[in-house]
Design a protein around this ligand. Sequence first.
Ligand SMILES: NC(=O)c1ccc[n+]([C@@H]2O[C@H](COP(=O)([O-])OP(=O)(O)OC[C@H]3O[C@@H](n4cnc5c(N)ncnc54)[C@H](OP(=O)(O)O)[C@@H]3O)[C@@H](O)[C@H]2O)c1
Length: 252
Amino acid sequence: MELGLSGKNVLIVGASKGIGRGIAKGFAAENCNIVAIARSADLLEEVKAEALKSGALSFACEVKDIMECDTKAFSEYLLGQYGTFDIVVHNVGGSLISRNHLGGAEDWNYALKFNAIAAIDMNSALIPPMVERGSGKVIHISSISAIMLRGNPLYASAKAFLNAYVTTVGRQLAPTGVKLCSVMPGAVAFEGSYWDKFIKEGHPRVDDFLRHHQAINRFGSPEEIANTVLFMASDKSSFMPATNIPVDGANM
Ligand SMILES: NC(=O)c1ccc[n+]([C@@H]2O[C@H](COP(=O)([O-])OP(=O)(O)OC[C@H]3O[C@@H](n4cnc5c(N)ncnc54)[C@H](OP(=O)(O)O)[C@@H]3O)[C@@H](O)[C@H]2O)c1
Protein backbone atom coordinates (compact mmCIF):
# COMPACT_ATOMS: atom_id res chain seq x y z
CA MET A 1 0.00 0.00 0.00
CA GLU A 2 1.38 3.39 -0.97
CA LEU A 3 1.10 5.48 2.20
CA GLY A 4 1.89 8.84 0.62
CA LEU A 5 4.19 9.86 3.48
CA SER A 6 7.17 10.90 1.37
CA GLY A 7 8.39 14.40 2.23
CA LYS A 8 6.28 14.68 5.40
CA ASN A 9 7.78 16.48 8.40
CA VAL A 10 7.68 14.14 11.37
CA LEU A 11 8.48 14.77 15.05
CA ILE A 12 9.17 11.67 17.17
CA VAL A 13 9.42 12.21 20.91
CA GLY A 14 11.42 9.30 22.37
CA ALA A 15 13.16 8.01 19.24
CA SER A 16 16.46 6.57 20.46
CA LYS A 17 15.46 3.04 21.50
CA GLY A 18 12.90 0.29 21.25
CA ILE A 19 9.51 1.15 19.79
CA GLY A 20 10.45 4.79 19.08
CA ARG A 21 13.53 3.70 17.19
CA GLY A 22 11.39 1.27 15.16
CA ILE A 23 9.01 4.13 14.39
CA ALA A 24 11.92 6.35 13.26
CA LYS A 25 13.10 3.52 10.98
CA GLY A 26 9.61 3.20 9.53
CA PHE A 27 9.29 6.91 8.70
CA ALA A 28 12.83 6.89 7.28
CA ALA A 29 11.88 4.12 4.85
CA GLU A 30 8.92 6.30 3.76
CA ASN A 31 11.37 9.11 2.88
CA CYS A 32 10.28 11.58 5.55
CA ASN A 33 12.04 14.52 7.22
CA ILE A 34 12.50 13.49 10.84
CA VAL A 35 13.12 15.44 14.03
CA ALA A 36 13.97 13.01 16.83
CA ILE A 37 13.98 13.74 20.56
CA ALA A 38 15.59 11.73 23.38
CA ARG A 39 18.11 12.19 26.19
CA SER A 40 20.87 9.99 24.74
CA ALA A 41 22.84 11.94 22.13
CA ASP A 42 24.94 8.90 21.13
CA LEU A 43 21.90 6.69 20.51
CA LEU A 44 20.17 9.43 18.53
CA GLU A 45 23.27 9.70 16.32
CA GLU A 46 23.04 5.94 15.68
CA VAL A 47 19.37 6.25 14.73
CA LYS A 48 20.23 9.21 12.49
CA ALA A 49 22.87 7.20 10.59
CA GLU A 50 20.45 4.26 10.14
CA ALA A 51 17.63 6.55 9.05
CA LEU A 52 19.64 8.49 6.49
CA LYS A 53 20.91 5.21 5.04
CA SER A 54 17.40 3.80 4.72
CA GLY A 55 15.81 6.82 3.02
CA ALA A 56 15.12 9.71 5.43
CA LEU A 57 15.34 13.02 3.55
CA SER A 58 16.69 14.74 6.65
CA PHE A 59 17.19 13.84 10.31
CA ALA A 60 17.65 16.35 13.15
CA CYS A 61 18.54 15.26 16.68
CA GLU A 62 17.17 17.22 19.63
CA VAL A 63 18.72 16.04 22.89
CA LYS A 64 16.26 16.93 25.63
CA ASP A 65 14.80 15.49 28.83
CA ILE A 66 11.10 16.16 28.49
CA MET A 67 10.58 15.47 32.22
CA GLU A 68 13.01 18.21 33.14
CA CYS A 69 12.21 21.02 30.72
CA ASP A 70 9.42 23.49 30.04
CA THR A 71 7.71 21.28 27.45
CA LYS A 72 5.53 24.05 26.01
CA ALA A 73 8.48 26.42 25.56
CA PHE A 74 10.51 23.57 24.03
CA SER A 75 7.68 22.84 21.58
CA GLU A 76 7.54 26.52 20.61
CA TYR A 77 11.29 26.36 19.97
CA LEU A 78 10.74 23.25 17.77
CA LEU A 79 8.05 25.07 15.76
CA GLY A 80 10.40 28.05 15.28
CA GLN A 81 13.22 25.77 14.19
CA TYR A 82 11.37 23.25 11.96
CA GLY A 83 7.94 24.77 11.20
CA THR A 84 4.57 23.12 11.70
CA PHE A 85 4.86 19.33 11.75
CA ASP A 86 2.69 17.11 9.57
CA ILE A 87 2.99 14.23 12.01
CA VAL A 88 3.87 14.05 15.72
CA VAL A 89 4.47 10.75 17.53
CA HIS A 90 4.60 10.81 21.34
CA ASN A 91 6.40 7.64 22.41
CA VAL A 92 7.91 8.56 25.81
CA GLY A 93 6.40 6.62 28.69
CA GLY A 94 6.73 3.34 30.50
CA SER A 95 5.92 1.27 33.54
CA LEU A 96 9.28 1.60 35.29
CA ILE A 97 7.92 4.18 37.66
CA SER A 98 6.75 3.93 41.25
CA ARG A 99 4.68 0.81 41.83
CA ASN A 100 3.37 2.16 45.14
CA HIS A 101 -0.34 2.38 44.45
CA LEU A 102 -0.78 3.91 47.90
CA GLY A 103 1.79 6.58 47.10
CA GLY A 104 0.80 10.20 47.08
CA ALA A 105 0.65 13.01 44.57
CA GLU A 106 4.38 12.86 43.85
CA ASP A 107 4.23 9.25 42.58
CA TRP A 108 0.96 9.68 40.68
CA ASN A 109 1.95 13.04 39.17
CA TYR A 110 5.18 11.50 37.91
CA ALA A 111 3.37 8.55 36.28
CA LEU A 112 0.85 10.89 34.68
CA LYS A 113 3.47 13.35 33.47
CA PHE A 114 5.73 10.63 32.03
CA ASN A 115 2.91 8.81 30.23
CA ALA A 116 0.57 11.64 29.28
CA ILE A 117 0.92 15.20 30.58
CA ALA A 118 4.35 16.01 29.12
CA ALA A 119 3.00 15.05 25.67
CA ILE A 120 -0.29 16.89 26.27
CA ASP A 121 1.67 20.03 27.21
CA MET A 122 3.65 19.72 23.96
CA ASN A 123 0.39 19.32 22.05
CA SER A 124 -0.84 22.63 23.48
CA ALA A 125 1.81 24.30 21.31
CA LEU A 126 2.10 21.80 18.43
CA ILE A 127 -1.59 21.30 17.56
CA PRO A 128 -2.91 24.89 17.15
CA PRO A 129 -0.83 25.55 13.99
CA MET A 130 -2.08 22.20 12.59
CA VAL A 131 -5.67 23.30 13.26
CA GLU A 132 -4.97 26.60 11.52
CA ARG A 133 -3.63 24.69 8.51
CA GLY A 134 -6.51 22.19 8.59
CA SER A 135 -4.33 19.06 8.72
CA GLY A 136 -2.05 17.09 11.01
CA LYS A 137 -1.67 13.74 12.73
CA VAL A 138 -0.78 13.29 16.38
CA ILE A 139 -0.20 9.73 17.52
CA HIS A 140 0.39 8.72 21.13
CA ILE A 141 1.92 5.40 22.09
CA SER A 142 -0.40 4.19 24.82
CA SER A 143 -0.55 0.59 26.04
CA ILE A 144 -2.99 -2.30 26.08
CA SER A 145 -2.73 -1.89 29.89
CA ALA A 146 -5.00 1.14 29.44
CA ILE A 147 -7.91 -1.18 28.75
CA MET A 148 -6.83 -4.45 30.42
CA LEU A 149 -6.05 -2.45 33.61
CA ARG A 150 -3.55 -5.03 34.87
CA GLY A 151 0.03 -4.71 36.08
CA ASN A 152 1.35 -1.54 37.71
CA PRO A 153 -1.73 0.49 38.75
CA LEU A 154 0.03 3.83 38.23
CA TYR A 155 1.02 2.88 34.69
CA ALA A 156 -2.33 1.39 33.70
CA SER A 157 -4.18 4.40 35.15
CA ALA A 158 -1.91 6.92 33.43
CA LYS A 159 -2.34 5.17 30.06
CA ALA A 160 -6.13 4.98 30.63
CA PHE A 161 -6.09 8.75 31.24
CA LEU A 162 -4.12 9.16 28.01
CA ASN A 163 -6.72 7.11 26.11
CA ALA A 164 -9.52 9.27 27.53
CA TYR A 165 -7.63 12.41 26.43
CA VAL A 166 -7.22 10.97 22.92
CA THR A 167 -10.91 10.08 22.62
CA THR A 168 -12.34 13.29 24.07
CA VAL A 169 -9.92 15.81 22.60
CA GLY A 170 -9.68 13.79 19.37
CA ARG A 171 -13.44 14.22 18.89
CA GLN A 172 -13.10 17.98 19.34
CA LEU A 173 -10.31 18.03 16.76
CA ALA A 174 -11.91 15.67 14.21
CA PRO A 175 -13.83 18.38 12.32
CA THR A 176 -10.67 20.52 12.04
CA GLY A 177 -8.77 17.98 9.93
CA VAL A 178 -6.37 17.16 12.76
CA LYS A 179 -6.32 13.49 13.76
CA LEU A 180 -5.48 12.61 17.38
CA CYS A 181 -5.19 8.89 18.09
CA SER A 182 -3.21 6.29 20.01
CA VAL A 183 -1.67 2.92 19.33
CA MET A 184 -1.78 0.46 22.25
CA PRO A 185 1.02 -2.12 22.12
CA GLY A 186 0.95 -5.40 23.97
CA ALA A 187 4.30 -6.71 25.23
CA VAL A 188 7.10 -5.89 22.79
CA ALA A 189 10.63 -7.26 23.03
CA PHE A 190 13.85 -5.85 21.60
CA GLU A 191 17.52 -5.58 22.54
CA GLY A 192 17.60 -3.93 25.98
CA SER A 193 13.85 -4.20 26.63
CA TYR A 194 12.38 -5.31 29.96
CA TRP A 195 11.80 -8.84 28.59
CA ASP A 196 15.13 -9.10 26.74
CA LYS A 197 17.20 -10.39 29.67
CA PHE A 198 14.57 -12.97 30.68
CA ILE A 199 14.39 -14.25 27.09
CA LYS A 200 18.20 -14.52 26.91
CA GLU A 201 18.29 -16.39 30.23
CA GLY A 202 15.53 -18.76 29.07
CA HIS A 203 13.67 -17.72 32.22
CA PRO A 204 10.41 -19.66 32.85
CA ARG A 205 8.59 -16.31 33.38
CA VAL A 206 8.70 -15.79 29.63
CA ASP A 207 6.72 -18.90 28.66
CA ASP A 208 4.37 -18.38 31.56
CA PHE A 209 3.67 -14.76 30.56
CA LEU A 210 3.18 -15.55 26.89
CA ARG A 211 0.90 -18.53 27.57
CA HIS A 212 -1.31 -16.55 29.90
CA HIS A 213 -1.26 -13.08 28.38
CA GLN A 214 -0.43 -13.02 24.67
CA ALA A 215 -2.67 -15.38 22.71
CA ILE A 216 -0.30 -15.15 19.75
CA ASN A 217 2.30 -16.80 22.07
CA ARG A 218 5.16 -14.45 21.23
CA PHE A 219 6.28 -10.88 21.85
CA GLY A 220 5.68 -8.13 19.35
CA SER A 221 8.48 -6.24 17.61
CA PRO A 222 9.00 -2.47 17.32
CA GLU A 223 8.41 -2.84 13.56
CA GLU A 224 4.96 -4.33 14.16
CA ILE A 225 4.01 -1.29 16.26
CA ALA A 226 5.60 1.09 13.74
CA ASN A 227 3.53 -0.39 10.89
CA THR A 228 0.30 0.70 12.57
CA VAL A 229 1.78 4.11 13.45
CA LEU A 230 2.67 4.64 9.77
CA PHE A 231 -0.84 3.67 8.71
CA MET A 232 -2.36 6.08 11.26
CA ALA A 233 0.00 8.82 10.08
CA SER A 234 -1.19 8.37 6.51
CA ASP A 235 -4.40 9.46 4.81
CA LYS A 236 -5.29 5.76 4.42
CA SER A 237 -6.74 5.96 7.96
CA SER A 238 -8.73 9.12 7.20
CA PHE A 239 -11.95 7.79 8.81
CA MET A 240 -10.20 6.92 12.09
CA PRO A 241 -9.79 10.06 14.21
CA ALA A 242 -9.94 9.86 18.02
CA THR A 243 -9.29 6.10 18.14
CA ASN A 244 -7.14 3.96 20.46
CA ILE A 245 -5.93 0.99 18.45
CA PRO A 246 -4.73 -2.28 20.02
CA VAL A 247 -1.62 -3.84 18.46
CA ASP A 248 -1.22 -6.46 21.13
CA GLY A 249 -0.91 -10.05 19.90
CA ALA A 250 -4.42 -10.66 21.31
CA ASN A 251 -3.52 -9.69 24.87
CA MET A 252 -5.59 -11.50 27.51
N1 LIG B 1 7.87 -2.21 25.41
C1 LIG B 1 6.64 -2.66 25.61
O1 LIG B 1 6.41 -3.87 25.78
C2 LIG B 1 5.49 -1.69 25.63
C3 LIG B 1 4.18 -2.21 25.74
C4 LIG B 1 3.11 -1.33 25.75
C5 LIG B 1 3.32 0.02 25.64
N2 LIG B 1 4.59 0.50 25.54
C6 LIG B 1 4.77 1.96 25.43
O2 LIG B 1 5.57 2.24 24.30
C7 LIG B 1 6.38 3.39 24.56
C8 LIG B 1 7.85 3.04 24.30
O3 LIG B 1 8.20 1.92 25.08
P1 LIG B 1 9.64 1.24 24.97
O4 LIG B 1 9.54 -0.04 25.70
O5 LIG B 1 10.13 1.27 23.58
O6 LIG B 1 10.47 2.26 25.90
P2 LIG B 1 12.05 2.55 26.03
O7 LIG B 1 12.85 1.44 25.46
O8 LIG B 1 12.26 2.95 27.45
O9 LIG B 1 12.24 3.84 25.09
C9 LIG B 1 11.64 5.06 25.42
C10 LIG B 1 12.14 6.15 24.50
O10 LIG B 1 11.80 7.41 25.09
C11 LIG B 1 13.00 8.14 25.41
N3 LIG B 1 12.81 8.82 26.68
C12 LIG B 1 12.53 8.23 27.88
N4 LIG B 1 12.44 9.18 28.83
C13 LIG B 1 12.63 10.37 28.22
C14 LIG B 1 12.66 11.71 28.68
N5 LIG B 1 12.45 12.02 29.96
N6 LIG B 1 12.89 12.70 27.78
C15 LIG B 1 13.12 12.41 26.48
N7 LIG B 1 13.09 11.15 25.98
C16 LIG B 1 12.87 10.15 26.84
C17 LIG B 1 14.09 7.09 25.45
O11 LIG B 1 15.35 7.63 25.09
P3 LIG B 1 16.48 8.12 26.12
O12 LIG B 1 16.59 7.08 27.18
O13 LIG B 1 17.66 8.23 25.21
O14 LIG B 1 16.00 9.43 26.62
C18 LIG B 1 13.64 6.14 24.35
O15 LIG B 1 14.01 6.64 23.09
C19 LIG B 1 6.09 3.82 25.99
O16 LIG B 1 5.12 4.84 25.98
C20 LIG B 1 5.51 2.55 26.62
O17 LIG B 1 4.63 2.81 27.69
C21 LIG B 1 5.68 -0.32 25.54
